[in-house]
Write a protein that binds this ligand. Structure first.
Ligand code: CO
Length: 134
């Protein structure tokens, strides 16, 4: 069902330091920071030949990653995102398999203007999973 790894998202407490680390230490090509107030994050995209890394920094009071950073003050991997062809088909399959969907299982528009769903980390070996219809 799942296709390509679309991105790995890393929550970072210090966006400037994270950008410098990826740009200078790791020598990666970095995009300009993009504020997404409706998602409560500022993102920086790092395009790699085979996938993307997204640095996530909290934006606003209701940021969904603020709690994560409280528990992981140094930052850390927040979620991984797999591509699917049809999010409704994927959703039905996941429900049949007993996986728990977050957000009431209603696909919403993700950071790339594509429909996404998040899956409960307890069902996936402690990893928050995002599926994105491409
Ligand atoms: Co994501």
């Amino acid at each position: 069902m799942i296709g390509k790894l679309n991105h790995i998202a890393i929550a970072v407490p210090d966006l400037e330091l994270a950008v410098k680390t990826y740009q200078v230490t790791l020598g990666a090509a970095i995009s300009a920071p993009l504020a997404l107030p409706e998602h409560g994050v500022t993102t920086v995209f790092i395009n790699l030949p085979n996938t993307k890394i997204e640095l996530l920094h909290p934006l606003g009071e209701e940021s969904p990653i603020a709690t994560f950073l409280q528990r992981n003050p140094a930052g850390g991997m927040h979620h991984i995102c797999f591509e699917v062809d049809d999010i409704e088909v994927a959703k039905e399959h996941l429900i049949t398999e007993g996986a728990r969907l977050l957000g009431g299982g209603i696909p919403r528009t993700g950071a790339h203007n594509k429909p996404v769903l998040f899956l409960h980390p307890k069902d996936f070996m402690g990893t928050l999973i995002e599926i994105e219809q491409i």
